[in-house]
Ligand binder design. Structure first.
Ligand SMILES: NC(=O)c1ccc[n+]([C@@H]2O[C@H](COP(=O)([O-])OP(=O)(O)OC[C@H]3O[C@@H](n4cnc5c(N)ncnc54)[C@H](OP(=O)(O)O)[C@@H]3O)[C@@H](O)[C@H]2O)c1
Length: 254
């Protein structure tokens, strides 16, 4: 079995860093043309796009803003002439202790939900519409949630875990609602993966604490997430639509 994504047009949100960056690289190596989205890390995104080549282009958009999120999709459609795969990967983990005053606490919830959940919903909506133009091949979406969706998270990441739980419900609904149109939807639920987000966790809790539940030695790397995402994007696993796949080093086995 060989995963060949030649001719496929892929949008990866949060492609500038971490897991998203590894996904962009892997998609490109498999022959896909990649839209590398970034929020603030424009230079990193541009360096990545020029490095991976294959017609990769960068697209900036703050995903907490509705109009910018819409424009991101418009820009990708205009540049690529359509879309075959959406990867909702961009995300934030805002540490928000309950000791905060209610307005600050609510602001953390709003920002977390806007970036992690609402933007994914808005982009999925546009992707469904775009995938309908791809008859008969349809389209595939993969949402990067978290182990937190299933096992919960630490005391200061209540909103983060809730946003990731929402991603799972969203993906299941899309999978069930649009399957007849050859539109499929999957969730990847990582445990700790060594990225900037994980570095923040390491600073707060220490690496030993973060990896103590792992069955495997050490912390996963972004490259460890990519092969499963490519398989799901390839069409070889379409009958698994609606599923959520754990990549958590055996730290939480459901
Ligand atoms: N690393 C882990 O241990 C882990 C575990 C479970 C789940 N996940 C999930 O995996 C996904 C990727 O995480 P990561 O570890 O690779 O994170 P990361 O290294 O912190 O990178 C986050 C990415 O999201 C983008 N982003 C964040 N806020 C944004 C905003 N407001 N507007 C636009 N883009 C924004 C960033 O873009 P810019 O830098 O360009 O702003 C960056 O590309 C996230 O959904 C995360 O929740 C990660």
């Amino acid at each position: 079995m060989r995963i060949d994504l030649s001719g496929k047009r892929v949008l990866v949100t949060g492609g500038s860093r971490g897991i998203g960056s590894a996904l962009c690289r892997a998609f490109s190596e498999a022959g896909a043309r990649v839209a590398v989205h970034y929020g603030r890390s424009r230079e990193a995104a541009e360096n990545l796009a020029s490095d991976i080549g294959g017609g990769a282009m960068t697209f900036g958009a703050p995903l907490d803003e509705i109009a910018a999120t819409e424009k991101l999709f418009d820009d990708v459609l205009e540049a690529f002439g359509g879309l075959d795969v959406l990867v909702n990967n961009a995300g934030v983990a805002v540490e928000s202790p309950i000791s905060k005053d209610v307005l600050a606490y609510a602001a953390d919830w709003d920002y977390t939900m806007a970036v992690n959940l609402r933007a994914s919903g808005l982009l999925s909506r546009r992707a469904i519409q775009a995938f309908r133009q791809n008859d008969p091949t349809g389209g595939r979406m993969i949402h990067i949630a978290s182990r937190a969706a299933f096992r919960g998270d630490t005391e200061d990441l209540v909103a983060y875990a809730a946003s990731k739980g929402g991603i799972v419900s969203m993906s299941r609904t899309i999978a069930r609602a649009y399957g007849r149109e050859k539109i499929v939807s999957f969730v990847i639920a990582p445990g700790w993966v060594r990225t900037d987000m994980a570095e923040e966790g390491i600073e707060l809790y220490g690496e030993e604490f973060l990896t103590k539940d792992n069955a495997l030695e050490g912390m996963a790397l972004p490259e460890d997430v990519a092969p499963m995402v490519l398989l799901l994007a390839s069409g070889l696993a379409d009958h698994a639509t609606g599923t959520s796949i754990d990549i958590n080093s055996g730290s939480y086995v459901r």
